[in-house]
Design a protein around this ligand. Sequence first.
Ligand code: HXC
Ligand code: NAP
Length: 290
Amino acid sequence: MSNNMLSKDALAGKIILVTGGGTGLGRSMTKFLLESGAKVAISSRKMDVLEKAAAELREETGGEVLPLSCDVRNYEEVEKVFADIESAWGQVDVLINNAAGNFVSPTERLSHRAFDTVVDIVLKGTYNCTLAYGKRQLEAGKGGNVISIVTTYAATGSGFVVPSACAKAGVVALTRSLAAEWGGKGFRFNAVAPGPFPTKGAWERLMPDNVKDLVDIKKRVPLQRVGEHHELANLITYLASDYSAYINGDIITIDGGEWLQGAGQFNPFKQIPSQMWDMVEQMTRSAGKK
Ligand code: HXC
Ligand code: NAP
């Protein structure tokens, strides 16, 4: 049985661009979008990676995939991607801003160029794609659907990934701002904030082996596990479809409750063994009685 919750024609006729669609979560989303009947263009810097992914995805799904090389930091390259998709298929119905750059580092060890690099890929890359897409759609008298992949720390902030946190917070602001400004023009803008979903790209840069032994990521999640790619891919497929037509301006978290566990002051009390709670209760009941 397929893990895809939507029917094979839920996205029939739709043209979708997934930036960073050749690897990791972008590739998993692309597979589900294809299975639901969309034509999907995938773009990133490495054409060899994109071509290999496109060939595999065609084989796996029978769908139409268009690999296009593009550094999202460069506005002219972004413009060219949309022009190429239009020549091949027509105007893009859904833009998925998924491309990102990130690595863990104490902030004081970062050069200003390292900071720029992450912010340029994540924030500038996202507004480049969103602006180029929005202008083309408006000129053609059409609306659009933009889904941006952020992180839960876009809202909370996080040490050791500060450029990424700043940039993703900017993407959240872009999403909410344009949901209001262009909502009346037939657009909708949403973002998805995933918790931990292991991918080679993220884990090599954020969870290298020597760190993995120190931090058990599963214990940070109330559901005691990491996310599975099909869980995120189903959410993205739904947001790309017209079934979600009334969802606009939202930031949807899919993290097994991870960020809340970190935020709730008394959540670490889960570590208190159940047999100790009788004693704790006795003590709290007797509070103020002495
Ligand atoms: C400190 C570093 C560094 C590191 C690079 N730099 N890596 N500084 N620690 N690990 C510095 C370099 O020295 C240089 O600064 C500047 O950053 C630019 O580096 P380049 O290698 O020239 O950049 P570039 O080739 O553009 O590569 C971008 C990249 C790379 C971000 C550095 O990792 C990349 O291509 N990433 C793409 C994929 C990715 O990051 N995926 C993970 C997404 S996960 P100087 O001063 O020396 O010139 C995610 C959220 C996960 O986003 C949330 C998990 C729960
Ligand atoms: P990934 O496989 O490394 O994906 C990042 C993609 O971005 C790659 O395909 C990369 O391709 C592309 N990219 C990087 N810089 C680019 C640039 N300048 N121009 C164009 N494309 C560029 O990592 P992932 O884990 O799947 O991450 C996908 C998205 O999910 C990201 O937005 C990430 O922040 C988000 N996310 C992931 C997790 C997680 O647990 N994995 C959690 C929260 C959020 P090239 O190298 O070929 O350019």
